[in-house]
Design a protein around this ligand. Structure first.
Ligand SMILES: Nc1ncnc2c1ncn2[C@@H]1O[C@H](COP(=O)(O)OP(=O)(O)OP(=O)(O)O)[C@@H](O)[C@H]1O
Length: 374
């Protein structure tokens, strides 16, 4: 029923071939996986999703569902369920009629049609409203109807394009949990498009981070957050503070040195490095600890966030890259020592086993572990 999706070197051009949006993209999506395409606006997420759906032509390469090439199979024969941002449910049909619509088109026997409709309305928790028209439902309920209508036909693949972006913040969080639970319940291969990194991290089995039609990294949410493949991913997912530095090799010892001369051991975490090599260092706010020695910083702002305090700091000699931008570290209240005030001076020691190191141009991680996610 559900299938794996193989995208092999696909190319998408618009404007009679004058503009290339996707220059040659490959990715394998596993059967039953919740797979998210994440990237900034205009990077080609929707374009790729529409190629899988059959609404966009494919200029080169091929897309397969399991072993079958689908390039030339029209959209309505690909057995796909789709959910969009604007729900796209029929306003003149009740909830139940909306859900059973696709089954009627497929001329299912009445008993089977009723059974499937009832089951799916219970799964997505819309059965109490089955007689209502969509206008009498909240946004979240309407989106559940759209989801039920997409999965009741038992599609091979479920495609979702920013399905939560019309909902308010709290409902978005409730719905993303619901979508994730329902997807696991039904076990259907799902490709989900969003530009919201927090949503992607919360909902996905794996994420492909895209930039200008090119996949930058594919991986589990935790791996992408902890071991980004390049500076684009490190800055797009979560917050990172960036510093320039150099590699120091001394026998078997590998260290990184910051601009002010402070250095820390990198043990065997980095490879493919040479002595004196220029690098870019990315440190997340939670990857600093306050210590006796480290990078000298002055607190410029402190924000109490309940579980955490977030401090904005400036470093001595403005040594961080983009010194004009806020540089942050956070203190977990459960491990709280001192509180700090604006203008306090302190030393921040990077946790060397957690931080990330890249080539000077930011294009490639030098952390050995990243390779295993390729
Ligand atoms: N039919 C079209 N003709 C020409 N250019 C198009 C067409 N559709 C999309 N584009 C362009 O292709 C690029 C990628 O668009 P796409 O909608 O895939 O991006 P996206 O990553 O989904 O962005 P968003 O998050 O804003 O929806 C954009 O620059 C867009 O302007």
């Amino acid at each position: 029923m559900s299938v794996a999706i193989h995208v092999n070197n696909v190319v998408k051009k618009y404007d009679k071939g004058k503009i290339t949006i996707i220059p040659g993209l490959s990715v394998d999506i596993k059967n039953g996986e919740f797979f998210t395409l994440l990237g900034p606006s205009g990077c080609g997420k929707t374009t790729l999703l529409r190629m899988i759906a059959g609404f966009n032509s494919i200029e080169a390469g091929e897309i397969l569902f399991d072993e079958q090439v689908i390039n030339n199979i029209p959209a309505h024969k690909r057995n796909i369920g789709m959910v969009f941002q604007n729900y796209a449910i029929f306003p003149h049909l009740t909830v139940q009629q909306n859900v059973e619509y696709g089954l009627k088109l497929r001329k299912l026997p009445k008993a089977e049609l009723q059974k499937r409709t009832e089951t799916i309305m219970k799964v997505v928790k819309i059965d109490p409203y089955k007689e209502r028209l969509p206008e009498k439902l909240s946004g979240g309920q309407q989106q559940r109807v759209a989801l039920a209508r997409a999965i009741v036909i038992r599609p091979s693949v479920l495609l979702m394009d920013e399905p939560l972006s019309n909902l308010d913040a709290k409902l978005r969080i409730d719905m993303r949990t619901a979508i994730r639970d329902i997807q696991k319940d039904v076990g259907i291969t799902t490709v989900y498009v969003t530009h919201d990194q927090e949503e992607a991290l919360a909902i996905s089995d794996r994420i492909a981070v895209m930039k200008e039609g090119v996949i930058q990294q594919v991986g589990k949410p935790r791996d992408i957050y902890t071991r980004p493949a390049n500076i684009f991913v490190a800055s797009f997912i979560g917050h990172s503070n960036f510093f320039k530095g150099t590699i120091k090799l001394n026998g078997n010892e590998k260290r990184i040195t910051f601009k002010d001369g402070y250095s820390i051991p990198m043990h065997n975490l980095v490879d493919d490095v040479t002595d004196g090599m220029n690098i870019m260092i990315a440190i997340r706010p939670e990857q600093f600890s306050v210590a006796q020695s480290g990078l000298e910083a002055i607190i410029s702002k402190s924000t109490f966030l309940g579980q955490y305090i977030n401090y904005q700091v400036t470093f001595r000699d403005n040594m961080n890259v983009d010194a004009g931008l806020s540089c942050e570290f956070v203190q977990d209240l459960s491990q709280m020592g001192n509180f700090y005030e604006v203008k306090d001076r302190l030393y921040l020691a990077p946790k060397s086993e957690q931080i990330n190191v890249f080539t000077a141009d930011g294009e490639r991680s030098l952390i050995k572990e990243v390779r295993k996610y390729d």
